[in-house]
Design a protein around this ligand. Structure first.
Ligand code: LMR
Length: 332
């Protein structure tokens, strides 16, 4: 009697386990993709295109949920969420990785790249690609680079020469290199989450910022900054990353399709991003909110000279070879 009861219990258990296993096997894999910018930016557009192509090609197998504008996690929290597998995909700015790999600080060095084409050349080089894999031991796998554009300085006073920035408080991303860059200008850097920048500028907690046009326009930064200096002094690009354990748990055939989709999306993002930024620059001009200041070659070289010591300061942490390889991408 006891024996029969035991068999029944085991059978019931086995059946329900098999059922839940098959239910699990039939459920789509959920990829939560969280980010901090607007849908209308290069990253926002990339995330939506990724979602759309996955829906078309992997329907029923994978579902991508996109959370823009810090709506799920803001700066500071999103990386932690990825490591806990609460989100599976992110595309943080390259300025936000220094806790995980010091080498990626390379991308923040001021005046490193002459234009976005040079950035792309470096990212596609062996040295650039190797950085995608530099955080695997921390549980983070890099899959692709998405570029936004070069950054512009903004303030409520005209910034034409480095001395104009002296004493001003600038919002910076959580990056030691960017901190050093503003200190080299004798300005005061303030690390602040992206989602808090508008209010920080509006209330005067900070006086200035550095952003590409797409982030300036989509966050309405131009409404609280009278002047934008077209300095093109630094880069804002992203690494699309996944939680390494999650990534390895995805069946190989699906992973291969996800990579193919991502490669297609990355090519599209990087093809469109500069044009999108130029269109946003035009919208800022049309709005009449701010004056865009164009620097002469002589003025721009004064900015370059003022911040160049930052390269030496970070040479040991980043590696002289890597800096040289990146700088060489300006002269193919
Ligand atoms: C910033 O914090 O300024 C950027 O990293 C935001 C973004 O993701 O473009």
């Amino acid at each position: 009697m006891l024996y029969k009861k035991l068999i029944k219990t085991i059978t019931t258990f086995a059946l329900s386990a098999a059922f839940s296993l098959s239910a699990w096997a039939n459920d789509p894999i959920i990829i939560k993709f969280s980010h901090v910018v607007a849908n209308e930016t290069p990253k926002g557009q990339g995330a939506l295109l990724f979602q759309k192509l996955v829906e078309q090609r992997l329907a029923g197998k994978v579902k991508v949920e996109v959370y823009p504008n810090s709506s799920l996690y803001g700066d500071g929290k999103e990386m932690e969420a990825l490591l806990l597998n609460n989100v599976q995909m992110l595309a943080p700015s390259l300025a936000k990785f220094d806790k995980y790999t010091p080498k990626i600080q390379l991308f923040d060095l001021p005046f490193l790249f002459d234009d976005i084409k040079a950035v792309e050349r470096f990212e596609q080089s062996d040295a650039g690609k190797s950085l995608l894999k530099s955080m695997e031991d921390k549980g983070i796998t890099g899959l692709a680079y998405w570029n936004n554009d070069l950054k512009q300085l903004s303030a409520n006073k005209e910034l034409r020469l480095p001395k104009d920035a002296r004493g001003l408080k600038f919002r910076v991303q959580n990056s030691e290199v960017l901190d050093a860059q503003f200190k080299a200008l004798k300005a005061v850097p303030r690390k602040m989450a992206f989602g808090e920048m508008y209010q920080g500028l509006q209330t005067g907690v900070v006086n200035g910022a550095e952003n590409p046009y797409s982030n300036i326009f989509s966050q309405k930064i131009n409404e609280v900054q009278k002047y934008i200096t077209e300095s093109n002094h630094g880069l804002l690009s992203y690494m699309v990353i996944v939680n390494t354990d999650f990534w390895h748990s995805v069946p190989e055939a699906i992973r291969a399709e996800l990579i193919a989709i991502l490669n297609e999306v990355s090519a599209e993002v990087n093809k469109q991003s500069h044009a999108l930024n130029l269109a946003d620059k035009q919208k800022i001009i049309d709005s009449g909110s701010s004056q865009i200041i164009t620097l002469t070659a002589e003025q721009r070289s004064q900015w370059r000279d003022a911040v160049k010591p930052v390269w030496k300061q970070f040479e040991d942490t980043i590696g002289a070879d890597l800096i040289q390889a990146a700088a060489a991408s300006n002269n193919p």
